[in-house]
Design a protein around this ligand. Sequence first.
Ligand SMILES: [Zn+2]
Length: 1180
Amino acid sequence: MAILSLQFCHQTTVMDYDDSEHLYANVGSGGKLLFCDYSSEDSSDERSIDSMDNGSLNNPAMSPVEIVPIGQVTPQRKNEKSGYLFKQGGVKANKGWRKRWVVFTGNSLRYYDSRKSQVSKRIVPLSCMEKVETLVKDSDKDKFKFNLHTTNRVFQFAADSLQECTLWCSTLMECILKYKAPPGGEPEGLDMNEPDKQGYIKFERRNNYFVAVKQGKMCYYHSEQDFKQGSPINEIDMKLANVKEIGKGKLQLSTHYSHFLLIPESYSECVLWKMAFEESIADALGDNTILDQVMGNPSNRVCADCSAEDPHWASINIGIVLCKKCADLHSGMILPAGIHRNFEHSISRVKSLRMDTKIWTPSLIEMMKAIGNGNANDFWQHELPPDKRINTDTSAAQRMALIENKYKAKLYCDRSGISDNQKVLNEKLLEFSVRGDLLQTMKVTFLGANMYYTNSEGENAYRIAKRMGQRLTMEFLFQNGGERSSSSFNDSDEGQVSRLRAEVCLDGYLQKTGSNKKDFRKRWCVIEHGCLRYFLSQTSSGAKDSVDNDIMMCVQAVSTYDKSLSNVRNLNKRYPEAFELSTCKKDNREYLFAASTPQERKSWMVALAKLFCPVSLMADIGQCEFNLAGNFYIKDVLSSWEKTWLMINNRILEYFDKNKQEFCKVDLRKALNIKYSESTLACTTCLEVGKCLALDVYGKSLYIQADLARDTERLLNVCSKAMKTGGDTLEDQNLSPSNVPVIIEKCVCFIEDYGIQEEGIYRLSGVKSKVQALLDRFMADAHSVVLQQGVNQVHEVAACLKLFFRSLKDPLLMSTKHQLWIDNADDIMYGRMDPQVKLEWYQFLIRELPPVNYSTLKRLIHHFNRLARYSAQNKMTEKNIAIAFGPTLMQTESESEVNSLHVQLQMVVIGDIMKHHQKLFKLGEDEKLMQEKVDEGKKILDGIITTKENVDVNDSLKISVFFLSRSGNCYNPEVNIHTTVKQVIDQLKYRFNATHEEYSLHEVLCDGALERPLHDTDHPHAVVKAWWDWPDCYRKQACLCLKPTPDLMLKLSNMYDPSRALFSEIRLIEKKQTGLLISKSNKYAFQFQQSRLSYFKDAKSAGGSPIGSWNIEDLVIYYGMDPIIRKGDKYGVTFLKVGETPGSKETPVFGHTLCFSSENDSLSWMAGLLAAQHPEGLLP
Ligand SMILES: [Zn+2]
């Protein structure tokens, strides 16, 4: 058998097979296929199609094919089919086989690149299909071909099984046979018949395609011929589409799955296509909101030019409503070159009233109502003779003639009372904009008044109308290009920016107080044209006040219930959804508004923010949530001040980093401290002189300041509140860098340092009132709590930790997951669960935890394992830990559940997690290494301490080391006289999770005013011991801080120049032998040479015998100066002789201070002196 050919065509008849295998069997056996014309009454009309070997109809070996009546056919199976087929590419079917996803819907066949593609390669309507023929050869193994014939083309497909091939053929053929053309034949283009617009358009990077758009659908075709046949390449549901003009004469039609770049033949075609697409989209969406509003003026219900009913286009600069036909002609009117104002080239700017785009601002809609076809025609066709009027049936040419005469030649205008004198006209325009006389403004504008004409203050009509709060006049002038000044004729940035800002609009009623913030009153508020205005009511025309975007400083959400807002205490009503707009208007007025819902407040705040944020961020701001936003000055330690956009959303502070061109986030839950910084650091370009804020975050310090001191304070309050809020969930706590609540981190570390070997730890309870007091302190501000041995008892700290877990609204392992944990524990306990499955379950449940719960559990389990390692001493075996913590971490609602079985199950869970913690938390090599290092570091220190041969145990000492500053986290490593700074850093940087950069240890005195970076080889023991002899005022403020090296050390090593001689006149301040201060202008010539620091009466006497001199080895040198002596000079280097005590109570001045007026001088002296002490290098 060579070729099996099955021919199906209109004349042939087909029958139904109940299943394809049946058919396959018959074909395979080489028999005949029987076809029955079910549409024919005559069932005897049976024919046979011979197979190639000419088998006989009477072949007894062949089973008869069952004939199924048509009524039993399931439509789904017979009328629809989809699947992958191969298709011969190219119109001539000669470009090779390609795999295509083919869908037959019963009405048409479409094919796509893949199943996921939404863009078809071709749509073949059923009406042009003629027949299907199979071309299956006997030798076919993997491709079973069939051809689909249409009236003008043959499509060649191939299936990969005979069965599929036959199914496709039968499905298609059945529909072809059933198809009946309507009387008179199918219309040209089928359902795209008589489209709203048609024609060829060039598709970028593709061909010229024939495009048709009708109602809510757009199709493109290879040719007009294909259009007539109704066989497009693809069709687009315009409901999903969006069209915009990109560059000159290019349109982008986008859907959520693809973009098409269309280049119509000419610019005017482009405008018309855009309108057609917009109309189509509007049609598909069926949104009449704007249309209905504009129809509020009854004269707008018929076309302004031809009186056609139901117009839904508008000329937004003329202020009239038009039918589609007239609208097309309007957009075709172009100003002659040279005359147009470089604004838009059309005399009439046409937009659809059914497109709810950004252009339809409240003022524009109001303006359309206020002008309207009635008033407009009173002006435009005042002199129009009745016989020249047009109607719906007027020919296009006549229509065009009227429209051009009316608007371009201005033949029929009402010129009564209007002067021809340009200067008079211009003055009139200004006068009308002051008064807000819209119709007169319109008249003089169209009769030639120059809208760039300015008054003596340089304000043009638009600016005046804006300032006077004449919305509709302002809107009219804006639509006619009046917002530009004559100096920005071309599309300058200024114009673009002003356009973008003008697009931000919002209106509605808000509650608002006066400047005394006493009583709320309802006001109609409007944001448009880059400013905020409010009116007595929606119908008032004159604004009560207008706030321009260039004076807006920041916007903040507030609640008038908040007692801390002292200035809103006298309010007549309270609103939780209030917001405050800070401006630099007269007296730096603050505006207090109140919305009625959170959504409403959000949209007002976002719209306001968009008015004064950097233009490049306007789109981003629309997506943002924030409770404070504004322009602030920001810098870090190394950079300089830069004004940028800052937002706070709950506990996240975000600012736009102009260098990185991205938003930087600061999690305020992890911030250590925020306070006013020294005024010497303040930004000098702010509007008001003021102090800046210093915000400490792990590894980073940020300085922030607002233009107004009041807004700096505002930021301070918002940040402090966000930092300290400790709610009753884990998420709400102050967090460590590794996402563990600070309270947990501090308690756990304290216990690991001092209580790990304590018998009964976590089982003995502390004094209840003390435990509660400690917890309260943590909840008020966790970062500020410093746990100290001797002050805090380990049992109290342990009880505080447990109490914290119990006071959480939701337990660590979450109540919603409680049953799952318990059910699994039950199965595990009774051995019903495979160990591998068990692990997977735990992994699953742990993965489901929110991030803070996850990291907390991880930290806690690590702690438990360390506890268990010392169980010989503390008696906390795995089991005891589970008993102590099970109910705390998995607390349940009902008391009754706390029975022994439950506790047993909880023990199983905690025990298992402890056992498998490395797998469960996927501890990477890094983390394991880090934990080992912490343990190792501790062991080394333990070793040093307990090695009696070397050290007297009594000489070991617990020191407090703070992270970054005194308000940071604190740990208390034990050191002895041999412990080096490096050892302490190595141990602690893992504790502080500060492994990402280089750190150094600093001796910090006088609340940070004096600072000494310790060298790696220094001994902290000696440093701390020295403080013991100091007067209280110095000793109490002394501390050791671990800081990122770049801060001071980097500055110092940058300034160190070994070739530079240190010799200059410097003011010296020191306490006198008699106990009195030497101060004021005691300048001496200082010289640092050959490890000696000496000073002379003046430069001339240098070389002789100095007044005083020190050996550098004997000095302890600090950067900075005692605040008590800081007067004129800002920078200092202060030193003590080794063993020397800083000033006493009577003479409170710390050591000997060299005062400098420039930072660089102070740094180079400091660097020079330090380098002499550590010739091996400043930086470790
Ligand atoms: Zn019309």
